[in-house]
Structure formats: C-alpha cells, structure tokens
Ligand binder design. Structure first.
Ligand SMILES: NC(=O)c1ccc[n+]([C@@H]2O[C@H](COP(=O)([O-])OP(=O)(O)OC[C@H]3O[C@@H](n4cnc5c(N)ncnc54)[C@H](O)[C@@H]3O)[C@@H](O)[C@H]2O)c1
Length: 156
C-alpha cells in the first residue's frame, strides 16, 4: 500500500520506517529541508535504538523515501498520516495549527480517495477541525471528484 507520513519527527519517522518494514511504500514529508537532506544522505536526525538499520534497509529497497515536495506527498499515499508537532499552547492545550496546516495542504491538492489519519496527539473533536480544513477545495466544487475518510488513532 502507498502511504504518506506528514511530519518526519520522532513519531513520523518511526511510524514511516515501521510501515515500510511491513512492505508498504512509504513517503515521508517534512517542511524542514535539513532533516530531509540528512535522511536522504543516509543519516538519522533522532536517537532511537535500531531505527537506523530499519531506515537504511527500507530506503535501499525503495520502500521508504523522504521529500519536502508537498504535491508529490499528497499524490503518493492513499493513507495520509498526520504526525506533526502539537506543542502546548499558552493555556496548556495542544496547539493544533500544524495539524490544521497539514490537513489544509492535503485538502487543497487531493484529487482522489484519501484516508487522513491524525497520528499526532490531539484532543477529541480534532477530526472535525481537520475535516473542515479542506473546505476551500470543497467550495470550489471538488467534492464530487474526490472523497476522504478522516480518523484519529489513539496516541501513546
Ligand atoms: N515524541 C514522542 O515520543 C511522542 C509520543 C507520543 C505522541 N507524540 C505526539 O506525536 C506528535 C509528533 O511528535 P514528534 O515528537 O514526532 O514531533 P517532532 O517535533 O519531532 O516532529 C514534527 C515534525 O513535523 C514537521 N512539520 C511541521 N509542520 C509540518 C507540515 N505542515 N508538513 C510537514 N511537516 C511538518 C516538523 O518540521 C517536524 O519535523 C505530537 O502531537 C506529539 O505530541 C510524540
């Protein structure tokens, strides 16, 4: 299965590497070009025992790729995992701006069926915000050309 992981940090990189190890074709997207350059050069930006071997094995097999190209990332995966950061807001609640931005980027570009999965740690009700984030494209009449399922996965 073709899978896109949006956000290649601690959670996104481990998720992408494990999904590739299971035989999926995974494309990991990040807005940080230094991180993507490092990964494409065979480096690992985080410390996670055993991860480097899994990433290298799957990158060599072309099951795990890294990009900053949003168009390519949205086109790639039927499953779109959102694994961007949700830092605490001033009042301690999760700041969802990166999650919403990622959802909007998907909604603006998708032209076929996608399942969007909130992998980031988010409060109940976030799936509704994520669904609403694709409203601009819907209002341009795209709803009949594409469809999306939105879900939230339990986070550790
Ligand atoms: N780190 C953990 O152990 C852990 C455990 C459980 C849950 N979580 C949750 O998982 C989520 C991610 O955490 P993390 O530690 O992996 O964060 P992180 O900061 O390590 O990684 C997030 C990545 O998302 C990228 N990003 C931000 N906006 C983007 C966008 N629009 N498109 C593409 N990439 C974008 C950032 O550049 C960064 O590389 C958070 O909600 C966190 O609370 C983390």
């Amino acid at each position: 299965m073709k899978i896109t992981v949006v956000g290649t940090g601690y959670v996104g990189l481990v998720t992408g590497a494990c999904l590739a190890e299971m035989g999926n074709h995974v494309l990991c997207l990040d807005v940080d070009p230094r991180k993507i350059d490092m990964l494409n050069a065979g480096g690992i930006p985080i410390h996670e025992p055993g991860l480097e071997e899994v990433v290298q094995r799957n990158a060599e097999a072309k099951r795990l790729e890294f990009t900053t190209d949003v168009d390519r990332a949205v086109a790639h995966g039927t499953l779109q995992f959102i694994a961007v950061g949700t830092p605490p807001d001033e009042d301690g609640s999760a700041d969802l701006q990166y999650v919403v931005a990622a959802a909007r980027a998907i909604g603006e570009r998708m032209t076929d069926y996608k399942v969007v999965i909130d992998k980031s740690t988010v409060p109940v009700g976030t799936a509704d915000k994520v669904r609403a984030a694709r409203a601009p494209r819907r209002s341009r009449g795209a709803a009949s050309r594409s469809s999306t399922r939105w879900s939230a996965t339990p986070s550790s």
